[in-house]
Ligand binder design. Sequence first.
Ligand code: ZN
Length: 340
Amino acid sequence: MNNYIDNESSSHKKTSRKKAHKKMRKLKLYTGIFIIFAIILCLSLSFKYFNNNSKKTVATMSTTSIASNIDSNKGNEKSNINKNIQAVKEISPSSEKEISTKSTKNNLNNNKPKNSNNSKKCSTGSVSTHNADYSVFADQAFNKDGQKVAFLTFDDGPTRNITPRILDTLKHYDVKATFFVLGQLAEQNSDLLKREYEEGHSIGNHSYTHNYKKIYSNVPNFIQEISTANTIIEKNIGNDFKTALFRFPGGSFEKSKNPFKEKLNSEGIRYIDWNVSSGDAAGQNVPVENILNNIKSTSAGKNHIVVLMHDASTKKTTADALPQIIEYLKSQGYVFKTLK
Ligand SMILES: [Zn+2]
């Protein structure tokens, strides 16, 4: 009986030990699962955290690069629009034939130093000084473009007493003009020549001496006068500057000038006279009122006007009249452009 009891109690003990062991294993298993779960949770949380951070970085980078892309696209768009506007402006008034002539001449003469303008823009932030928007090829000055255009031209300078006054007035009204300079005076007053150029005006050649007998004696002398003046102009303005624009001293109206015109055509040099005169060459100190009246009467009914004036040292009244001339032409709806 005791044995039985003993046996019974020992088997009971064995069963309870087994149960306790089982419980223990279950507990260990649950703890293990819990620990693994906790580790997974920790890992996933930290992964999420790092992932979020890296996403943020990527997002920041993307935003920056998109912004910069937008900016650069805007820039491209802007420059493309500008190019298009320029192209339309250049194409609209002329036929295909004229465009090809112009581009050939442009390639030949390359008379606007683009690089120096760009660098100027960057360094000073100033508005472009030599801009295709207001610069017109002389052989296209009278092309119909639906605008009233005035080309102010000043011959026979630069001079120390008159040219600075003309430049100051042009600057005051923000008007650009064309100076047909003499090689001799450009050599003596190279600072004024440079100022004309740097303030956005166009520079043309008006011979070296202005001496009719010498200039028009024969074609080689004529070309010599132009090339001597050109060398001085180009040297004093800077290495990149080229001009292929000429105005005949005394104009090119007479038939006797035909051989010279032919020579210029063959050399790719453009020339231009005028269709409006200030009459300031009629004598010394032509009164301001007369100058103004001459301009009013000779410009009447014309949409494209090339106005002849002088900045020679004796033309004080031209400088005096210039503010009124500009104001009058503005009141008549003219925009001001330069010749090239
Ligand atoms: Zn002249």
